[in-house]
Design a protein around this ligand. Structure first.
Ligand SMILES: [Zn+2]
Length: 339
């Protein structure tokens, strides 16, 4: 049954695609020129944390021909590899924003620095994976600079950020950037072993982010929730002001989900723009093509484009801590009315 089209481009890093990000890391390993700090960049769910973890695994792998040297690929079998994969290697430290805090704090960076000053416990390197560097406050970032400027010889910092523009230039100048690009829909679809219809839908919705696809497969509620959210959105176009404000209130009360919902809306309105321009083969919400086509014909490309901008503006406002309910009410008034 296996056609050549379904061969998965796998290597020992166990990551689909992203060769352009992995190959420079491999070359650094072969040349024994591993830098002290790397910054993995790319949109949410693209796999930055996974790549950082695989790199850490390779740096600590003891399964290579020379047990004292670093191989260019992890063996995935030695004790060290297994510990990194399970997240319990004592020389791999994870740092991210605590759930109840707004930022990664200076105390966390100080803890990192005291760990970095210690000898490694098992491996040949002391590795720190900082997820979401943009969530580090300025005070903490300035403190981290000290480590970036004068790192202990065995320390490697692996940082992730959606966009390098979110970081201070002083940080950027001291890291090696590793940009990650979106995968093709086919690369994602080829990973799928279930129903072809579902594979098409998930690959389209993932919009290049393999992490999103994996999450959708693992979490059965995710697709059902998406469906419910989009149905609400589709109805809003014909709803009056009272109903729209009800939805604004309901959504603003769930700040955890708000960002994901707005991303969903953004994709929907991008699809509307595409449908209004007769580019149906490019739309993401393939299962709702009929409704999108119908509404796009009534709303038109210019209005749809305006909604894309309005949603982006709302997301930006929310990032700057504008009152969520007010921001959503403004967005609701922006929604074109379909009759
Ligand atoms: Zn190994």
């Amino acid at each position: 049954m296996s056609s050549p089209d379904f061969q998965i481009p796998m290597h020992d890093w166990n990551i689909v695609g992203h060769e352009h990000a992995i190959n420079p890391l491999r070359r650094a390993l072969v040349a024994q020129r591993v830098r002290h700090a790397y910054l993995f960049t790319g949109p949410e769910h693209i796999g930055k944390a996974l790549l950082a973890q695989r790199f850490a695994q390779t740096l600590l792998c003891t399964g290579g021909e020379d047990v004292h040297g670093t191989p260019q690929n992890p063996c995935n079998a030695c004790l060290s590899c297994r510990k990194v994969m399970h997240g319990n290697h004592p020389d791999v430290h994870y740092i991210s924003r605590p759930q109840d805090k707004q930022f990664i704090l200076i105390e966390q960076v100080r803890a990192l620095q005291s760990d970095a000053a210690r000898k490694t416990l098992e491996g040949r390197r002391n590795i720190f994976i900082i997820q979401g560097m943009h969530e580090m406050n300025v005070q903490a970032a300035n403190c981290l600079l000290k480590t970036l400027e004068e790192p202990e010889p065995d320390v490697v910092l692996l940082l992730t950020v959606p966009d390098p523009g979110l970081l201070l230039p002083t940080i950027l100048s001291r890291v090696q950037q590793v940009p990650m690009q979106l995968l093709t829909t086919k690369q994602i679809k080829d990973r799928w072993h279930g129903e072809p219809d579902e594979a098409n839908l998930i690959a389209a919705l993932a919009a290049g982010r393999i992490g999103w696809a994996v999450q959708a497969v693992e979490d059965e509620d995710m697709l059902a929730e998406r469906q419910a959210q989009l149905e609400t959105l589709a109805k809003l176009s014909t709803a009056g002001k009272v109903q729209r404000f009800d939805v604004a209130q309901r959504l603003s009360a769930d700040s955890d989900k708000l960002h994901a919902i707005l991303e969903l809306w953004l994709l929907w309105w991008r699809d509307m723009v595409l449908a209004a321009n007769n580019c149906l083969d490019l739309i993401v919400n393939v299962d709702m093509q009929g409704i999108i086509q119908n509404q796009a014909a009534k709303v038109g490309a210019a209005e749809s484009q305006r909604m894309v901008r309005a949603i982006l503006g709302t997301m930006e406002a929310l990032d700057q801590n504008v009152n969520a309910r007010v921001a959503l009410e403004v967005l609701m008034l922006d929604l074109p009315t379909v009759r």
